[in-house]
Ligand binder design. Sequence first.
Ligand code: G1P
Ligand code: ZN
Length: 542
Amino acid sequence: MPTTFVPAGPFAGQKPGTSGLRKKTAAFRAPHYLECFVQATFDAVGVQGKVLVLGGDGRFFGREAAGLIMRMAAANGVTRVIVGRGGLLSTPAASHLIRLNGADGGIILSASHNPGGEDGDFGVKFNIANGGPAPEAVTEAIHKASAGVTGYRISDHPAPDLDRIGETDLDGMTVQVVDPVTDYAELMERMFDFDAIRRMIAGGFTLRFDAMCAVTGPYAVEILERRLGAAPGSVVNATPLPDFGGMHPDPNPTWASALYDLMLSDDAPDFGAASDGDGDRNMVMGRGIYVNPSDSLAVLAEHAHLCPGYAGGLRGIARSMPTSTAADRVAAALGIPCHETPTGWKFFGTLLDAGHATICGEESFGTGSDHVREKDGLWAVLMWLNIQAITGHGVEALVHAHWRRFGRTFYSRHDYEALSVRQAESVMATLRTALPTLPGQWVEGRRVAMADDFAYVDPVDGSVSTGQGLRVVFDDGARLVLRMSGTGTEGATLRLYLEAPCDDPDQFGIDPQSMLAPVAAAAERMCGLAHQTGRLAPDVIT
Ligand code: G1P
Ligand code: ZN
């Protein structure tokens, strides 16, 4: 047999989180580390005779990792690996390829929006046959298997050339290198009215898409510039680089500040958008206006029927619990259900599979639908373009009309990063302990209507998820939510989500932070975040 078993144990158990296993790149490059984790994944899911999709966001170590994983796949009896040229696949494109080819699953090499490079982060995520992230039962099985790993099987042959499209054999396994963009671009052509968008752009509509030197560059150039006719150069930072050109590829006002500032300047094009490292997040702006992701979900849901892929209407909307309730009001107007799930895209999978929801989103710049089982940055951009092309209204007009019809839901998220785990847990404990005493109390001019530790029962498979964030709702619908991040790689991050609905058009122009200051003050009174951590202001505000 041209394969070797490399003894490497004992391998400390590794539990993938909501977004796979994410660590410093150096950790993954330590001798046998990546290999042992991949062997644990293969052992847990069983890959003999299976077809897998493989690709990543182009970050440092991705190509090397893809080579190792292909050699391991061959040695573990995989029949076929479908891999993006150069090892590249955006997360939504990988999800699509799994579904399109009826593959048994896929491995995505990415740490999403975390910085890349030798000193940055790396990640490995396993997706299942529906194209979505592995559910808890699968990540648990990987965790269990990882504790028992004593080594790994790997082919002695070198990995095939990833830059040549076509099929090659690796120890009896077929390696199929595909263009990473083509199938995804065709899916988008079916979902959206490309003719209408092309006409709008030919008529002088201008746009800028910031790919942040990450994976969406080639996708955006092909779709926005080549197929839709946006001027060459409309896509900036379009070449994926191993260290993202030193950028932090997270599309929000802080990290995509170049685009944000441009859109609020006199030189702004009609439309601006950015995506993250692996292409699943999006930030959307119009000339002079930033659209918060919760509003974006609500506006997209309101107008989805204008896009060919959703002409039959939506069956339901799903949003993560901390995402604002703006989408709930749209769902009520459309007479469809709005599901409230824990944070993390995997919770949408069962709802999409069962047809309970068509469109879904998170406040963390994630929007998507049942076309794949991941959030999808470019999809959101195209949906905004399609809606503008059909209505003839720009982003600002659409958002303002939305507020006039449904009210404005003021919203903001305050992140406190790199706290010590002890500090963060103590802040959580303070609020958790107070929860039962809060209903009926007046805090900062508002009366608490309800307070709980969010738990979720999946309506499709009945699985229960507890401890998904502390939630306090006031009589007027204002809310605050406190939860600990599950994706950080340094210490602990606390996220405080603030929300206040408002029906008075005279107040729509107020700065969200001013509008939300009393809710933030109420949070401080209840959990003592600043008091306990000494942090007087959040590190990131979105
Ligand atoms: C963050 C976001 C969450 C998203 C996840 C993966 O997780 O808040 O909405 O699903 O990244 O992109 P967190 O760090 O809050 O656990
Ligand atoms: Zn991402």
